[in-house]
Write a protein that binds this ligand. Structure first.
Ligand code: ADP
Length: 236
């Protein structure tokens, strides 16, 4: 009806304003970071206590600028997650590409990836860029749940006319209270978390008419299950 149409339009306007704002903040922010670095070089800070105090403040400013930049990236990623460019693709191929890409980072964190990717999946309608962002967010969360390293299992298989993608870690898991709030925007248990990772994943999943479920046990690990509708073809 009319009022929900008005709400929808206002929401779209605010969303686009917020996205534009995030984008616009990045330019001056990168100028600030660059000048901060130049300032550090110009000052040629030595070892005396006064210089050290200045150096620490410059470090703090630089770190906080980096943090702002991360927040803005996560925010923009979230804002863009709802506009997929869907193509008929083989999910296993896309996941294999991601695993190749993530392998080096995983190794650096003592994480062993075991991919189990079905070679005979029906195609799904997927936006490869968004899928990669979703996988990245899930894999980074898994990595952060395994600070001492561990196992990351990534599997695909077909079930009941759907294509399933699972990301399973052997990390710390989570209590029920965290699991309930997982997908809340800005909910994070990490000192430097953005709380936008899983809301972005959920938005991407919804844009694919897919579903996401989380199964987790504190101290044992976590499994995310994504279920995509398969495209019906002559073969399937
Ligand atoms: P962030 O990673 O910035 O905190 P997310 O939305 O990605 O934001 O995740 C929200 C919270 O969900 C995390 O802070 C963490 O507590 C929990 N979480 C997500 N993934 C996992 C996982 N694989 N294992 C344990 N906890 C997780």
């Amino acid at each position: 009806d009319q009022s929900s149409e008005r709400f929808r339009r206002q929401y779209a306007e605010i969303a686009s304003l917020a996205g534009g704002l995030a984008h616009e903040i990045r330019n001056p922010l990168s100028t600030i970071r660059m000048n901060l670095q130049l300032l550090g070089e110009d000052l040629q800070l030595g070892d005396d206590p006064r210089h050290q105090r200045i150096a620490r403040k410059l470090d703090t400013i630089g770190r906080e600028c980096g943090r702002l930049d991360e927040l803005l990236s996560a925010f923009l990623q979230f804002a863009r997650a709802g506009e997929p460019d869907l193509q008929e693709r083989d999910l296993s191929t896309l996941v294999a590409e991601f695993v190749d890409f993530f392998q080096a980072e995983a190794k650096g964190h003592q994480i062993e990836i075991s991919p189990h990717l079905s070679a005979s999946l029906p195609p799904v309608k997927v936006d490869p860029t968004l899928l990669r962002i979703a996988l990245m967010n899930l894999a980074r969360n898994a990595e952060q749940a395994m600070p001492q390293g561990g196992q990351l299992e990534i599997q695909t298989f077909a079930r009941d006319g759907r294509v399933i993608l699972e990301v399973i870690d052997s990390g710390q898991g989570m209590p029920e209270a965290v699991r309930r709030r997982l997908f809340d925007v800005f909910f994070s248990t990490k000192p430097k978390g953005t709380g936008l990772g899983l809301p972005t994943v959920r938005k991407i999943v919804e844009a694919h008419h897919a579903t996401i479920e989380c199964d987790s046990e504190a101290g044992r690990g976590t499994r995310f299950t994504l279920s995509f509708p398969a495209v019906r073809t002559a073969r399937w």
